[in-house]
Design a protein around this ligand. Structure first.
Ligand SMILES: Cc1cc2nc3c(=O)[nH]c(=O)nc-3n(C[C@H](O)[C@H](O)[C@H](O)COP(=O)(O)O)c2cc1C
Length: 336
């Protein structure tokens, strides 16, 4: 399949793996890129620019296909050394960066000078300054998404067509994307591909504790919850004992909640969950799409399945409606 996104990043399939803290290591990024998508290393999971340079080199050893790096500009007390992270990306020869959180505007000259294509993640069309500041593409992250959906709560059924109306640069649909049905729906609404986070955690190559994958298999679409709304840093996470404590504190504190009140439930949680498999440790991002995850394939099996099912949906189901042969077609089911 060829779209503006496959052309932009020089990839075979219009599927991107979003940056994921303590998940987006070289193993997963390389697996996604080797399967024809765009794998993404999560920059800030590497504690220093030197460690990121090593991770990029490790990924380069595992794939000769293009891959990217995620740079998240989240509200932190002290900014990580972003210019040095950008130098590591540039020197590592990486040509794609996924930015997220605050606007990447101040770093655009450095990224563009290095010939890097920038895809910025936005959760609202109000934030679609990305085009004006020179981003090459946008990842439109709907309310369903795992991670930080912003504060507007607009799901992709509305957000994607709105983005299509506002943008000239290509965009991918992010949040709630799991299979061929997601991809074809996203393409129909104007996107040129899709970005998946949660779905990629439930793959053989995702370098996380087996407990995490089993938790994703078990959970349904009812098992995520929003936290930290009072801090205007809303995050969609998987429910667990730590998150229940967090919600209890949020209930008690109401509008006066401070980050210090919930540090035990939000700080340093990722290594406990992803490395040690302690599933009740606290808040970790997970999308509603968890309700559509029923197996743990290899990344290649997942991507091949999405692409071949997408072809069937387009050629048979949708064309069938046009030529009249599809009138009694059953709903498009995921192939497990
Ligand atoms: C465990 C996890 C960690 C994440 N960490 C980050 C991150 O560090 N930076 C970022 O920009 N997005 C992060 N995200 C968001 C993803 O890149 C992506 O936008 C989101 O997962 C898409 O929604 P989905 O989970 O429904 O596919 C994370 C998502 C998950 C599930």
């Amino acid at each position: 399949m060829k779209t503006a996104i496959t052309e932009l990043f020089g990839i075979e399939h219009p599927i991107i793996q979003g940056g994921m803290h303590y998940v987006g290591f070289a193993e997963l990024a390389a697996a996604v890129s080797n399967a024809g998508g765009l794998g993404v290393i999560t920059g800030l999971t590497q504690r220093t620019p030197e460690l990121l340079a090593k991770e990029i080199a490790r990924c380069r050893d595992m794939t000769d296909k293009p891959f990217g790096v995620n740079l998240t500009f989240l509200p932190t007390l002290s900014d990580p050394p972003y210019p040095e992270y950008i130098s590591a990306i540039k020197e590592g020869g990486v040509k794609a960066v996924e930015t997220a959180g605050r606007s990447p505007e101040q770093y655009m000259p450095a990224l563009k000078a290095a010939g890097i294509k920038v895809i910025h993640k936005c959760t609202s069309v109000r934030h679609l300054k990305a085009e004006k500041i020179g981003c090459d593409a946008v990842s439109v992250d709907g309310f369903e998404c795992g991670g930080h959906p912003g504060e507007d709560d607009i799901p992709n059924m509305i957000l994607l067509p709105r983005a299509a109306d506002e943008l000239k640069i290509p965009f991918v649909a992010s949040g709630g994307m799991a299979d061929a049905r997601s991809l074809v729906a996203a393409l129909s609404m104007g996107a040129a591909g899709m970005n998946m986070g949660t779905r990629f955690i439930a793959t053989k190559e995702a370098p996380v504790h087996e407990n995490v994958k089993q938790a994703l298999l078990k959970a349904t679409e009812l098992d995520t919850v929003l936290v930290m709304r009072a801090l205007r840093n809303t995050e969609r996470v998987l429910k667990n004992k730590g998150v229940e404590e967090l919600i209890e504190i949020e209930r008690e504190k109401g509008g006066s909640l401070k980050i210090d009140d919930i540090l035990d439930q939000v700080a340093g949680v990722y290594p406990k969950v992803m490395v040690d498999g302690k599933m009740d440790a606290g808040a970790w991002s997970c999308g509603m799409v968890v309700g559509l995850i029923n197996d743990i394939p290899t990344v290649k099996e997942l991507i091949d399945r999405i692409m071949s099912d997408a072809e069937s949906i387009i050629r048979q189901r949708l064309t069938g409606f046009l030529d009249g042969t599809g009138r009694s077609a059953a709903p498009a089911r995921a192939i497990a």
